[in-house]
Design a protein. Structure first.
Length: 315
């Protein structure tokens, strides 16, 4: 999914309509600009918009924060409706890429999370859109992030136990298809630094939210988090391909030793992705296909600065 353009944006427009503000309709270009000039949160986008165009005259200065919270709350309900009705489509041709990967024997994992608090709804919609057979063949992880005050910040002043504790907290929410016991065993395995090798193992594919779903909460994802999730597949990080749409996810993937490939969201293809080994404008023939992605990693292709661009129209 391109949940920014096809999900959050549409939900915002529905929210504005529901409160009688039909004059406010965010087109894709406007929404993309708001992402760039705000903090990326739903409230931040609303504030950035009205700071630019002017606040409604019926909203007093003292009531602006409450107004923003109200619109955002309605927007989240509207997004939930869209996801429940599967009205946020998969990105074009991504289903074929996943199907080809599964058919070839690859271990495919989907990481679902977004700026709002709907990771389970997001994951469920992805499964339904993939279809029962393909959905059953992939691993689905959802995540909820710990509050900022519980984070370790930049790591300064944290003790030896802090990273493992933090990872345990995150994985408890991220387990998705895994049992709680399996998540705890995963933390122990990650802490011990276990790694399985062997050329006979299939390639692991990590798909971030921006492929099937995206969100600003990615900015909190760490290399340790991704390394822990990859460990559940039994595939070494060096044989795992991470296809992502944001620099935050690509940087985390590179830090975890994965092979990062950028497939930006709509209206963001001109951005710079310095840690990506390659960049595609979309999925499908001439762009990102499973054979092409697999060959890139097998050959060690890519120059590490995202300049290997494979573009095409309409993807």
């Amino acid at each position: 999914m391109d949940v920014h353009i096809d999900g959050h944006r549409v939900a915002f427009n529905n929210a504005f309509h529901s409160i009688g503000m039909d004059c406010v309709q965010w087109g894709p270009a406007i929404y993309n600009d708001l992402l760039g000039c705000s903090d990326g949160t739903g409230e931040g986008l609303i504030t950035a918009y009205y700071t630019t165009v002017g606040w409604p005259v019926m909203v007093a200065t003292s009531e602006r924060d409450a107004f923003v919270r109200k619109v955002h709350l309605i927007k989240e309900r509207e997004l939930a409706k869209l996801l429940a009705a599967d009205r946020v489509p998969l990105r074009e041709d991504v289903k074929q890429v996943i199907s080809d990967a599964v058919t070839s024997g690859a271990v495919v994992s989907l990481l679902c999370g977004t700026q709002c608090t709907l990771p389970e709804e997001l994951g469920s919609s992805c499964r339904r859109l993939l279809g029962p057979d393909l959905a059953a063949a992939v691993r689905l992880f959802t995540f909820a992030l710990v509050p900022p005050e519980a984070s370790t910040g930049n790591g300064e002043g944290s003790g030896d136990e802090a990273p493992t504790k933090m990872l345990s907290q995150i994985l408890a929410a991220a387990a998705g298809d895994l049992k709680q016991r399996a998540a705890k065993e995963l933390v122990c395995s990650w802490s011990a630094g276990r790694e399985q090798g062997g050329d006979s193992q299939p390639v692991g594919v990590g798909l971030d939210p921006s492929l099937l779903a995206t969100g600003g909460s990615q900015q909190r994802i760490s290399p340790e988090f991704l390394a822990a999730l990859v460990a559940t597949t039994g595939i070494p990080a060096t044989r795992t391909l991470a296809v992502a749409a944001t620099n935050a996810m690509l940087q985390a993937a590179a830090g975890a030793g994965l092979f990062p490939v950028a497939v930006p969201r709509k209206f963001a293809s001109q951005g710079s992705f310095p840690t990506a080994r390659a960049k595609f404008d979309g999925f499908g023939p001439g762009l990102a296909t499973w054979p092409r992605l697999r060959a890139l990693m097998a050959n060690g292709s890519g120059n590490g600065n995202g300049n290997n661009l494979y573009s095409g129209a309409g993807k």
